[in-house]
Design a protein. Sequence first.
Length: 403
Amino acid sequence: MRTVQLRYSERPRWHAALDAWAVIILVAAAVQVFVSLGAYQWDVIVYWWGGHEFAAGRSPYSAIPNQPVYLHYVYPPLTAALFAPLSSLNLAAAKLLWMSAKAVAFAVTIRLWMRAINARMTIVPPIFFFTFAFGSALLVDFTAGNIAVFEQLVLWLAFTALLARRPWVFALLVVGVAQFKLTPIFFLGALLVIDERPLWKPFVAGTALFAASLGANVLFAPAPTREFLKSVSSLGERGWGDPSTLGVLQDLVDQLNGLKLPVPMAVAYVAYAAVVVGIFFYTVRWWRQSRADGTSDRITIILATLALYALVMPRMKDYSYVALLPVAWYALSRSTLQTVPLVIVAALVPRPLPQLKLWLPMITQAYVYAPLVGAFAVWMAIIVEKQEHAAEGLGASPAQIAA
């Protein structure tokens, strides 16, 4: 299917209208953040404080003055050293510098993945896309001041190296970016599926280096490491701030309990494990079929890995969905606008019934977990599109594809 590319002058008027709407939202958000800078960029406060305490020889996990208890440093202790230079500035200057650096990082990241995907424009207006995709993940990240955009920059530098057949550079960059939230080490697994033969040497070396880096925290900062483990174990957010697969299943169990159905929370974890196994199964089957019929390509494997990551992680913050922006861009750029599915979605999205005071389980999940729904949609777009193309080449029927 051809890539959809539109020049600005060729875009329909509704594109310009949606982009104008997005610009209004962005301007309003920017004004709000800059006018009330002290109330926003709360993650920068955490980084600034962690770096400040580390530089002073104290634990970065100490309580932050005049901040809520839940706002505290949650990364391994040695990572706080990287934020020590930031703490040399006053907090307002640190926030402004952080936002400026993040804007540059995002621009570079877009350039990297657009070059790799080779899709400069999609059927969705670009400003509208970046503003609202996956529950406005990018806007949330710029508001919160998280490191998510910087993570994506390093990851796409790593993916660029992998596409250039430099697996050792890829492994080193993935290990580096995983020092903070740890879960990005997941992408090291791409070394096992990106080529015809698994790249075991850089995979094993990267895994060993990651383990050694974690061990360094225990060796050089044993007490703060214990505080780190305690800090991480206290994380229990789900819903708007953490729309993950595990979270939606936990919410379902809570709602069933609210209907007087005694369902233990263990059911949510069992269901989560089953969902993860199923997603892995279908992804691996897609990968093997792509290999067998010769339709596999390296960039699609990388994008599928990003979608897989979002679906299987037990914790997936709202701003972390910026990782799926290139996946959605790719999927949309290789799809025609399907009127019937859009009508179905628009017509059948359920709503609560306040008039009847009727509480319907799972109804609110449609928008609370909208980023997760989007992640599933782009994952399906990649898997199904490749299977359909393969089937077309083999002359298979739709029934055979489904089978």
